[in-house]
Design a protein. Structure first.
Length: 384
């Protein structure tokens, strides 16, 4: 029987070590859940003892922002799988109210240092700010849902080449991708979500990691893949894989390897981004960054792997035309598992393409509203 993972137990107390429990509220759309969302939730959790996360309904998001890519049930499940989340509140109101916070005995609300607005351009957190029950965390630079949607629409590979644009043309550099927040010009450029690239650091990986090793006698499970645009299909697969043992290791293939077997501009998210997305999942204990495509005997012995798993999707031969899972098959340590979920990265892209005009309109309006607020804040700072 599998033992409980640390991420499934109560985490360290970061609020008052004596006295009452400090309850923190964070809310949002959490559409195309990425490591930026996870990093905000990690910071929020560190400000208290228990983290409550409100997720808006499809109806609320459509009213204030435009149609979401994922439906509410998918978004609820994705947020529940982030290891710093204690409780998810479904259909949370788009405007954070004191009544909502009081209903769950919340001490204060936390949000990133950007601005979220309603359909009429009002700050959705003004009420809790005025009541002195608001704190800020730092948003993760270089990633946003708008940027990720832009990558899918623009069909570039610039996110594979962070920091090296020498061999890329204009359609594969930041000159084009930096406008992804609006897709069609500087009037759509968000001052908060489109101004920088994500720069990976060892500190960020440490913050996302559990930092534990398997215990003697643990059954170690290994799986590998792209895990691009981490979604509910991946989530269901990893949940099933984790049930086969006590310690789950996920191998992430390099961008070049993923591009070989998927083609086009895959992966949509580069290796460093995919690493943090996987580390934030409560079912995952360790990540091998840039794992080899072929699962060798040396790899299995190095990590003391007991079970190697793969989904029911087709397995492409390695560059030499061999089965990459030949070794674990011959050792009787290979299993294919069914996640019972037909979600794929391609399905997400199809949703984006099908609703391209709606998303372009949504992101352009969002950026324009944010620009107005940003300009107002800049003016206030200059006058102060």
């Amino acid at each position: 029987m599998a033992t409980k993972r640390p991420s499934e137990m109560s985490t360290e107390t970061n609020g008052n070590k004596k006295g009452k429990e400090v309850r923190v509220w964070m809310d949002g759309c959490f559409d195309i859940v990425h490591f930026g969302h996870a990093n905000a939730l990690r910071q929020g959790k560190r400000m208290g003892d228990k983290l409550f996360v409100g997720v808006h309904s499809d109806e609320e998001i459509t009213m204030h922002k435009g149609p979401p890519v994922f439906n509410q049930e998918e978004r609820y499940r994705m947020v529940r799988a982030i290891k710093w989340v204690d409780e998810v509140i479904e259909s949370a109101p788009y405007v954070t109210t004191l009544d909502t916070m009081d209903e769950y005995n919340i001490d204060f609300c936390v949000h990133g240092d950007d601005i979220t607005t309603t359909a009429d351009g009002q700050d959705t957190y003004q009420m809790v700010k005025d009541a002195g029950r608001y704190k800020e965390c730092r948003r993760t630079q270089g990633v946003s849902t708008s940027d990720i949607v832009g990558r899918m629409l623009l069909v570039t590979k610039c996110h594979h080449h962070k920091g090296d644009n020498s061999s890329l043309d204009k359609h594969q550099t930041g000159e084009i991708s930096s406008t992804a927040a609006g897709f069609n010009g500087s009037d759509s450029f968000s001052p908060w979500t489109g101004v920088s690239q994500f720069l990976p650091t060892t500190q960020k990986i440490i913050q996302f990691s559990e930092g534990r090793e398997p215990n003697p006698g643990d059954t170690i499970v290994y799986c590998a893949g792209a895990f691009d645009l981490f979604h509910v299909g991946h989530l269901d697969f990893l949940e099933q894989a984790a049930k086969l043992g006590n310690f789950l290791i996920v191998g992430l293939h390099t961008d070049q390897v993923v591009n070989r077997y998927k083609g086009a501009n895959f992966p949509i998210m580069n290796l460093h981004e995919r690493t943090l997305s996987i580390l934030a999942c409560k079912y995952v204990d360790e990540v091998v960054i840039g794992a080899p495509y072929t699962v060798t005997k040396d790899l299995m012995e190095h990590f003391k792997v007991d079970v190697v798993v793969h989904g029911k999707t087709p397995i492409m031969d390695d560059v030499e035309g061999n089965d990459p899972y030949e070794c674990p098959r011959s050792l009787g340590k290979f299993q294919q598992i069914e996640s019972d979920n037909d979600m794929t990265t391609q399905v997400i892209i199809d949703r984006i393409i099908e609703n391209r005009l709606l998303y372009e309109k949504r992101n352009k309006e969002k950026a324009q509203k944010e620009n107005k607020i940003y300009e107002s804040l800049q003016k206030q700072n200059q006058e102060a």
